[in-house]
Design a protein around this ligand. Structure first.
Ligand SMILES: *[C@@H]1O[C@H](CO)[C@@H](O)[C@H](O)[C@H]1NC(C)=O
Ligand SMILES: [Cu+2]
Length: 163
């Protein structure tokens, strides 16, 4: 009997964890196979959704390229002599998307920016990705998720009792 109770508790915990877990953070390799090079495709962000918690991975030969985060105006003008908001040059740079909004990245080498090495990323709130309807307040949202998890957990428990 004791082992059955342990089993049920484990099943309930698994069900609750599954329902409460946020969508896992994604790591996007910028440019995919083309990576961050002169072959970087201008259409790379199309069809992709970036949310807070995701990150960008810039992969490139460090002697040929770099990554500069710039303002929207400097991005538009491919201005590498503006005030860079950030610079990376390891050739394997992880950039966490830690806040909602637009961020602009360019390559600061030669005329690479005008040749297409420029990336605008729009990061959305991860809550917007939740399957449940938008909550009127976060407290009621949590309540809703918890009761869903409890319902799922008791369904699992009931199913196991029938074994
Ligand atoms: C680039 O940025 C610098 C510093 O903000 C500014 O002085 C310069 O006019 C800008 N150049 C272009 C082409 O926008
Ligand atoms: Cu470059």
């Amino acid at each position: 009997m004791a082992s059955r109770q342990v089993l049920l508790l484990a099943a309930a915990a698994i069900a609750a964890a599954f329902l409460l877990a946020p969508a896992s953070a994604e790591v996007f390799t910028v440019g995919d196979a083309a990576s961050w090079t002169l072959k970087y495709p201008a259409t790379w962000t199309e069809g992709k959704t970036f949310v807070v918690g995701d990150s960008l991975m810039f992969m490139y030969p460090s002697d040929k390229h770099n990554v500069m985060e710039v303002t929207g105006a400097d991005f538009k003008a491919c201005n590498m002599t503006g005030n860079a908001l950030g610079t990376w040059n390891s050739g394997s740079d992880a950039v966490p998307l830690d806040k909602v909004g637009r961020r602009w990245f360019i390559c600061g080498v030669g005329n690479h920016c005008t040749q297409g090495m420029k990336l605008l990323v729009v990061t959305a709130n991860s809550a917007a990705q939740a399957p449940a309807a938008p909550p009127s307040s976060s407290a009621s949202f949590v309540d809703g998720v918890v009761s869903q998890a409890m319902a799922a957990a008791s369904a699992v428990a009931a199913a196991m009792l029938m074994l």
